[in-house]
Design a protein around this ligand. Structure first.
Ligand code: ATP
Ligand code: MG
Length: 311
């Protein structure tokens, strides 16, 4: 059984369909990147999973528990990080965490130890006695994550935890999420930016105007949106001959002579097929000067998948 199961989930706000029949599963230990542009429906989905919003149709289960029928049981096993921090003036960082720990009915005697642990994990130990409103945005963001961890939930629902962070803070957050993944937590993390999540999520879902466009294992998604790979091959004075040999290969779809001696090849084989293609060229009498795969720009691909239909 998946840790998070979303079945035909729909949400309608008056006349607007914010979610229309969304389906996905997140397995135990997965880090699932939920990606989509503004207004795609990420926050709506996460709020339903966090039992803060009722769906119009469909169902969602967290560790087998129906989020609509038994929200209290769901809340005990999830940590939800909202997309905005809220206002907590005149409260020190440790008091803030103590407040949330008390909400989860953690006994007073245990709370201080837990607070020290989550402050250390989020690298905020030195800020323990600082007022919340005196923390920088990145520190507030980490404190917010610390608060999600006080009851040691097995599932984390994080709504754009990296928004507003500087590049260094983003990298630190990424390390923290990886660490939480190693601790065995199942994590759903949303973002606008595919590349921000691509190196530590093992699964992703791309949502666009309330519909899941693509979801699955990150490698499969990347392959799917990349389509055929493009190889860049340089030859000396053999442009046409090379083109002819390449086109006779069964995994070559198209060849373009981009400039003299420089060919772009649409290849639908796997990485393991590349040495064969090199041998094939050699056997065809082509002397190759260089042979490389074109760098793909993930963000560019992402823009092609989500065509900006959202207005
Ligand atoms: N309370 C509400 N009442 C009416 N419409 C809403 C409400 N909340 C969200 N919506 C609409 O639902 C759609 C999805 O919004 P949602 O907040 O889920 O998107 P999102 O993917 O989280 O976007 P962002 O990246 O901007 O956070 C949007 O069109 C939004 O205007
Ligand atoms: Mg949102």
């Amino acid at each position: 059984m998946a840790m998070i199961e979303v079945r035909n989930l729909s949400k309608r706000y008056k006349k607007l369909d914010a979610l229309s029949g969304v389906n996905f599963d997140i397995e135990q230990g997965d880090i699932f990147g939920y990606i989509g542009p503004n207004g795609a429906g990420k926050t709506t989905t996460i709020k339903i999973l966090a039992t803060l919003l009722l769906p119009t149709d469909g169902m969602a289960f967290i560790d087998g528990i129906d989020v609509v029928r038994d929200p209290m049981s769901v809340r005990r096993i999830i940590g939800y990080m909202p997309d905005f921090f809220g206002v907590y003036d005149e409260m020190k960082a440790w008091e803030y965490l103590d407040f949330f720990a008390a909400c989860y009915r953690i006994p007073k005697a245990k709370r201080l130890g837990i607070i020290d642990d989550v402050l250390e994990l989020t690298d905020l130990t030195t800020k323990k006695d600082v007022f919340v409103h005196e923390l920088s945005r990145g520190m507030k963001q980490r404190l917010c994550l610390a608060r999600c961890l006080v009851h040691d939930p097995k599932i984390l629902l994080l709504d754009e935890p990296a928004s507003g962070l500087d590049p260094r803070a983003r990298i630190e957050l990424r390390e923290l999420l990886k660490e939480l993944g190693r601790m065995g937590k199942t994590i759903l993390v949303s973002s606008h930016i595919l590349t921000e999540l691509a190196d530590f999520c093992n699964t992703v879902g791309i949502i666009e105007v309330g519909k899941m466009v693509l979801h699955g294992k990150i490698e499969d998604i990347l392959r799917e949106i990349k389509g055929a790979r493009v190889l860049e091959i340089k030859v000396k004075d053999q442009d046409e001959a090379a083109k002819e040999v390449l086109l006779s290969h069964d995994k070559v779809e198209d060849v373009i002579i981009a400039s003299p001696g420089f060919l772009k090849v649409h290849f639908n084989g796997e990485t393991d097929d590349l040495p064969d293609l090199m041998d094939y060229l050699k056997e065809g009498g082509i002397r190759v000067l260089s042979f490389a795969e074109e760098e793909t720009d993930l963000e560019d691909l992402f823009m092609r998948v989500t065509k900006g239909i959202v207005t």
